[in-house]
Design a protein around this ligand. Structure first.
Ligand code: NG6
Ligand code: CA
Length: 512
């Protein structure tokens, strides 16, 4: 009897000890451990360029898997129809039209984000996150007259990123080198880099003068320095050993993104993985040439989809999938001929990069800013389609709520529950931007005020959205924006214009 009592006491003690030991572990599993956050951002990927959004002419199984297992937004917007302003809004939570310099930047532009400004990586850093960016930057570097042979600063590392591995501007702009935490990767000090957006360096060939040296022909712009047979925007000299190989860029960024995850899997991390596809010049790795059947534009989308899949595999292999929120989107809508003869137009076939939407990159019509927008978190988010109105400018406040930060900006709404698929009420109203022009969405309505200028950008063959008349569309009934209701519904127009001016102010017009 005594022995039995002793045994019971002993066993209860063991249970007590075990439960004490287990406590922290269990609660960590229950979500107290901060989730990792990954933003996968494509460049010029259109609303209709993803299988889950209706593409049928080639397949994007890895993007589709994110869409299927996560929330696929049908009213997800970038803040702008071009790159720099969209990226500015994403990282700062501030509308790009509030900053007059937030427009497509040359490769030599100074850093656009004020180092005192709130940014997503800064906010996350203050909550214990390790932060990194891999891929396209295009938000300027330095503070004017940059020497590319020295420490390139300020840049991503000064606006909140612990680590950065970037291409400075775009794949079609010089300098065509990668920058590793503020230093040109692989630079030979005996072969310094010089960059100019004003004039060529003596004796250097250009696309304009030396078409015989090019393997990709320029259509408009893109006739300055030639690198890897591709004529670029801007002039560059030197830095031979550091120049990237265009066909390896996707693999290179993927490897850097995977290495980041592996190196920081023990701490909460934030990774901004900004792929360069399908922006021009479209240079699929030979493994992907011909894979889409639609020429190089389709091929680089297939390549990007593969990158997404490989990246997801890494998260899975490292056991991080259940504790990582992934946001997938694009910086602006699609374009076919963006300055090179690469047969994107000729080989398009039945593919519709814009899906059902009107316009495209550079446009105030829907295809300029309505983009694929997916949130994925294994075990936490359930697969669904959401029609809620969400914008990339909202990511900052939403993530702040997720990690318990009180950082907020005026323009960024916390839509955390919408992004996690728990709620369907998104933002009520939104201002979108294209080349300095702005339009207003509220509920199912979209209003574009009058603008002067061309109605069609004939170089890229895309409607700009400009008209000297007011435009008003009901996007539920008319997502293709075919019926301008401005004159038949003056009351709605008046209400929309008042809502627009209340946010945008009166100084928005180019009509004077
Ligand atoms: C334009 C380029 C275009 C592309 C774009 C930036 C010309 C004629 N066109 O000025 O090719 O580089 O800038 O694209 O030079 S974005 O996606 O980064 O905004
Ligand atoms: Ca872009």
């Amino acid at each position: 009897m005594k022995k039995q009592k002793q045994l019971i006491l002993f066993l209860s003690l063991m249970v007590l000890m075990a439960s004490c030991q287990m406590k922290p572990k269990t609660s960590e599993k229950n979500g107290e451990k901060k989730p990792n956050i990954v933003f996968i951002y494509l460049d010029d990927l259109g609303y209709g360029d993803v299988g889950a959004y209706g593409a049928t002419e080639f397949s994007t199984p890895n993007m589709d898997a994110l869409a299927k297992g996560g929330v696929r937004f049908t009213n997800g917007y970038s803040s702008s129809a071009t790159c720099t302003p969209s990226r500015y809004a994403l990282l700062t939570g501030t509308y790009p039209w509030r900053n007059k310099d937030a427009k497509i930047l040359p490769g030599s532009a100074p850093l656009l984000i004020d180092t005192a400004q709130m940014t997503i990586p800064k906010m996350l850093k203050s909550k214990g996150y390790y932060t990194g960016v891999v891929g396209k930057w295009h938000l300027g570097l330095g503070s004017g007259n940059l020497d590319w042979n020295k420490h390139i600063t300020p840049g991503p590392n000064e606006v909140g990123f612990d680590e950065s591995y970037i291409l400075a501007a775009t794949q079609d702009r010089v300098p065509t080198v990668f920058i590793d935490n503020g230093y040109v990767d692989g630079l030979d000090p005996n072969d310094p880099i010089e960059v100019s957006y004003k004039k060529n360096f003596e004796g250097e060939p250009t696309g304009k003068k030396n078409p015989e040296l090019t393997t990709m022909k320029w259509h408009h712009g893109h006739n300055n320095s030639i690198v890897n047979g591709i004529p670029r925007i801007g002039f560059m000299k030197g830095g031979e050993a550091a120049k990237w190989k265009d066909v390896d860029m996707a693999d290179h960024f993927l490897a850097k993104a995977q290495a980041f995850v592996k190196a920081h899997k023990e701490e909460p991390f934030f990774l901004y993985y900004a792929l360069q596809q399908p922006h021009v010049p479209r240079t699929p790795n030979p493994r992907f040439v011909g894979k889409s059947g639609l020429g190089v534009r389709g091929d680089v989308i297939v390549e990007a989809d593969w990158c997404v899949g490989e990246f997801m595999k890494t998260l899975e292999e490292e056991g991080l999938l259940e504790n990582t929120l992934i946001v997938f989107s694009s910086d602006n809508g699609p374009v076919l001929n963006d300055g090179y003869y690469d047969e994107a137009v000729e080989k398009l076939g039945n593919h519709k990069p814009t899906g059902p939407l009107r316009g495209g990159k550079y446009s105030l019509f829907e295809a300029g800013t309505r983009v694929p927008f997916i949130t994925y978190w294994k075990g936490k988010i359930e697969g669904k389609v959401s029609d809620a109105l969400v914008c990339q400018v909202d990511i900052l406040s939403s993530l702040a709520e997720l990690v318990g930060s009180d950082s907020k900006t005026k323009d960024s709404e916390s839509l955390l529950n919408v992004l996690l698929g728990n709620e369907d009420q998104g933002r009520e109203e939104l201002i979108i931007e294209a080349g300095g022009r702005t339009a207003y969405r509220k509920g199912e309505w979209l209003m574009i005020p009058p603008y002067k200028g061309k109605t069609v950008n004939t170089k890229v063959n895309i409607e700009t959205g400009s008209s000297r008349e007011f435009q008003l569309y009901n996007l539920t009934e008319d997502v293709a924006q075919q019926n301008n209701l401005a004159s038949s519904n003056p009351e709605k127009l008046k209400e929309m214009f008042a809502g627009f001016e209340a946010i945008r102010g009166t100084n928005y017009s180019n009509m004077k």
